[in-house]
Design a protein around this ligand. Structure first.
Ligand code: AMP
Length: 288
């Protein structure tokens, strides 16, 4: 293992550093993050390392994706620990843009993906995805990766980014990686740091209910959604935002009996912490 990764804070700096690797013929994988890294993030880094010669990790708490009253100020920032975790994965280059430089107050351009951003997260976070797609586009422009890695925990996010890349012909591949959980099922999230021990117990209702739905899944969307909404609607300490069974590409809520792939997605508050969880529902009848 080498030393800590080089931290570059400007677009010009990251372009120059990546340019040197490109000139040597290396392929580049980008893992965009907001830091406070955990094993979920590191699984993306590992996937990127398998597919590419060089891995660039971006760490940027993106102000544009937080709405008014959300946790932008409180969001955990653990740069030194993040760099150590990345060094252990042999990551050598971290792009950590300066906020004022990367999101100047006079910025008037937004990237908007219509349709896919209209439901689910948008109900509570109406401006969230414009913030995500605008900043992810800037990261892609700065780094110019061959591949970019996203987690399926943020299922709507990866679908939106996939669609943006397709629609705008961005010259890179989007890779979606599986959700990583704690041993007891809790989906890893930087926001888990906000949970008290009791809240953390309450939060297990999300993963437990999704596991139950997966176990019972026979293609009957209405009963799967009913089970999710009933269980999570009644779970102690949990305030449900949404629980849906959706098409994996259009993200439209499904109804009736569905024979193709589907995804169960939930969002809920535990105390003041908003958590997401999701599970893939394979085509009914497919062995699992
Ligand atoms: P964030 O730092 O929360 O913006 O997340 C950065 C990336 O890591 C996103 O693509 C997330 O979907 C992904 N990610 C976060 N938590 C997990 C997890 N538990 N398993 C897999 N990927 C995750």
């Amino acid at each position: 293992m080498g030393g800590l990764p080089t931290v570059v804070r400007t677009v010009e700096g990251v372009r120059a550093a990546v340019g040197q690797h490109r000139a040597a013929g290396s392929t580049i994988g980008l893992v965009p993050t907001m830091g406070a890294l955990h094993a979920g993030h590191l699984s993306l880094v590992q996937a990127a390392g398998r597919d590419n010669d060089v891995v660039v990790v971006s760490i940027f708490v993106n102000p544009l994706q937080f709405g008014p009253g959300e946790d932008l100020q409180a969001y955990p920032r653990t740069l030194q620990a993040d760099l150590e975790a990345l060094a252990a994965q042999d990551v050598q280059l971290v792009f950590h843009p300066d906020v004022a430089d990367f999101t100047p107050p006079d910025m008037v351009t937004k990237v908007h993906v219509a349709g896919l951003t209209g439901g689910l997260e948008a109900g509570t976070r109406p401006t969230h995805f414009d913030g995500v797609t605008t900043i992810v586009t800037k990261l892609f422009n700065a780094v110019g990766p061959d591949r970019a890695y996203f987690g399926s925990k943020d299922f709507q996010q990866q679908a939106v980014i996939r669609r943006m890349v397709r629609d705008l012909g961005m010259p890179l591949e989007v890779v979606t990686c599986p959700l990583v959980r704690e041993g007891d099922g809790l989906a890893l999230s930087s926001r888990n740091a906000y949970l008290s021990a009791a809240q953390r117990q309450d939060a297990l209702a999300l993963s437990a209910t999704l596991a139950e739905v997966l176990d019972a899944w026979d293609g009957d969307v209405d009963s799967a959604r009913g089970l999710l909404q009933d269980r999570l609607g009644a779970a102690a300490g949990v305030r449900l935002d949404y629980a849906e069974v959706i098409d994996t590409v259009s993200l439209e809520p499904l109804t009736g009996v569905h024979t193709g792939p589907a995804q169960a997605v939930v969002a809920a508050w535990v105390g003041t912490t908003r958590l997401l969880d999701t599970v893939a529902l394979p085509p009914a009848g497919a062995g699992r």
